[in-house]
Ligand binder design. Structure first.
Ligand code: NAD
Length: 518
């Protein structure tokens, strides 16, 4: 039986090739969506359709484009609960977090709606008389974007809201883990008034549709790529864009450190640690990877941490009081189990009692889900991690953290910076000098002082360095540089050729204004 594979120029494309299903990870018997992977022909058609729509959309005044995003915000607001429930059902984050995921899209719209009345250029004085200089933000063109499924509403909104505002047209390959949520996102955006062909979707897996879409960069059909996902895939996409002299927006993985100094507010640090480590079952790019404790507080901190973690409620994500639900899908749970099998070394000490998959026979005390049909994992804390261990520098993307110790602030900063990633980071301390040094010397794109590694706001730049990205930033005014190119205009009304530097009437200084002598 055929399934939907693409939404191009207002048309639904169906196919019976490469069918895939998204399943509710809290109950794998519940099929949330059934889709087909769009092939290269559909990807090409989507890019060509976006190209055709470009002239009209880019010529639409920015405040008018922004009015569509205002409608989008209102529509999301009206459908907020339904959309959040779909997110919970399709990818398993607790409903409270799903509502936050959706709220981020509303916040992003509201921020960029007013940017539509700014999108400022500059008026710049020229060296010449009767000549003026100007700058304008011009759209980049056709924007192709591939996203991960862990923030299925917030992450696409970070891309498409500013991209559309700036006059670009789009092709989106959403995660195969969340096609139904992505379809709902498309429906709301279309109902908001985005014209046909301006926003197109190709559903599918990474290896079929994602790879086919990215190949079109070489064919000159795409002007800008956005990618949120693993470092491995991001690197490959960066190479393809690089040989076409394009700068993609790459938002990749993390191995985020959280340092606790001896003078820290320990209760706050414990809460921040647990939220960063186990919220969304550890499946955020900003999740905590390495917990770096001062050796003087380590024993007590770890005891308190285990006590609190032991009472975490895991289970059915529809419930309001659940700390974390299932992993995004069976694939992510298997990868978590594989990490435990592959990355643990003899000197490691697992501090939590169980690890791996929660099953009916091997349960968790505070568990409310269906272990038989859901993809649940135990929280895992591993002690005795050394800077030479592979697990120290490998993103594990699951409910698993490493514990390390330090003696001096230099050592803490060096451990925080040593993984090759540079997305998020945090320090808990009351010592102003430590906080100052940490925020100055950390290589990560984002850092928190006395707050957890996770969390974003629609008007603050988001992004990483090193293996976490190529320095691109999302959110706030900074993302406008991803979706526009600066154009410089010089306008000469003198009626003659005036040459900069050569014809400029610079005024020479008087030779002797200080005629003092001994
Ligand atoms: P992934 O790289 O496997 O998949 C991400 C997207 O890329 C999916 O849509 C997938 O279909 C597609 N894809 C996979 N292989 C492809 C290929 N060869 N060519 C083109 N597209 C391909 O990542 P994942 O495991 O789904 O997601 C988790 C990763 O995403 C983690 O590393 C996480 O840290 C990262 N992430 C980063 C951010 C950020 O903002 N920095 C946000 C969310 C997730």
């Amino acid at each position: 039986m055929k399934a939907l594979s693409a939404l191009i120029g207002g048309r639904k494309i169906e196919s019976n090739e490469d069918i895939f299903e998204s399943l509710n990870p809290a109950d794998l018997r519940d099929v949330v969506g059934r889709y087909a992977s769009a092939n290269k022909k559909s990807c090409r058609e989507a890019c060509e359709t976006a190209r055709e729509a470009l002239a009209g959309w880019s010529a639409t005044p920015a405040p008018v484009r922004a009015s569509v995003l205002h409608n989008f915000a209102q529509l999301i607001e009206k459908n907020k609960v339904a959309l959040a429930q779909l997110v919970t059902r399709e990818m398993g984050k607790p409903i409270r977090e799903a509502l936050g995921d959706v709220q981020e899209a509303i916040d992003t719209c509201l921020f960029f709606v007013s940017e539509g009345r700014r999108l400022y250029g500059h008026t710049i004085p020229s060296e010449m008389p009767l000549k003026e200089l100007f700058t304008y933000r011009r759209p980049v063109g056709v924007f192709a974007c591939i996203t991960a499924g862990n923030f299925p509403v917030a992450v696409p909104s970070w891309y498409f809201i500013p991209a559309l505002l700036c006059g670009n047209t789009c092709v989106w390959k959403p995660s195969e883990d969340t096609p139904e949520t992505s379809h709902a996102f498309f429906k709301l955006l279309t109902a908001a008034g985005v014209p046909r062909g301006v926003f197109n979707v190709v559903f599918g897996t990474g290896t079929v549709t994602g790879a086919a879409l990215i190949d079109l960069v070489d064919e000159g059909l795409i002007d800008k790529v956005g990618f949120t996902g693993s470092t491995e895939v991001g690197r490959r996409i960066g190479e393809i864009c690089g040989r076409n002299l394009q700068t993609p927006c790459l938002e990749l993985g993390g191995k985020n450190p959280l340092v606790v100094a001896p003078d820290a507010n320990i209760e706050a640090a414990l809460h921040g640690t647990i939220w960063a480590a186990f919220g969304t079952a550890g499946q955020r790019c900003t999740s905590l990877g390495n917990l770096i404790l001062h050796e003087s507080i380590k024993k007590k901190f770890v005891e308190q941490l285990i006590e609190k973690v032991t009472s975490l409620k895991i289970g059915e994500p529809k419930s309001d009081d659940i700390f974390y639900g299932p992993m995004i899908s069976e694939k992510f749970l298997k990868s978590h189990e594989a990490n435990l099998a592959k990355l643990l070394e003899k000197h490691h000490n697992i501090l939590t009692i169980q690890n791996g998959r929660i099953t009916k026979s091997n349960g968790w005390r505070e568990f409310s889900g269906d272990a038989e049909h859901g993809c649940y994992a135990f929280p895992t804390i591993i002690d005795n991690i050394q800077a030479t261990d592979e697990i120290y520098r490998t993103e594990t993307f699951g409910p698993l953290i490493n514990v390390m110790t330090y003696e001096t602030i230099d050592e803490a900063i060096s451990l925080a910076n040593g993984t090759g990633y540079g997305l998020s980071s945090a320090i808990y301390t009351q010592n102003i000098e430590f906080a100052y040094r940490f925020k100055t010397e950390i290589k990560a794109g984002m850092t928190s002082i006395n707050n957890s590694t996770t969390g974003a706001e629609a008007h603050l730049p988001f992004g990483g360095n090193g293996k976490s990205g190529n320095g691109s930033r999302q959110s706030g005014i900074w993302v406008l540089d991803q979706f526009t190119r600066w154009q410089s205009v010089n306008w000469d009304v003198s009626g003659k050729l005036q040459l900069a530097q050569m014809d400029t009437g610079y005024i020479s200084p008087s030779e002797t204004i200080l005629p003092y002598q001994f």
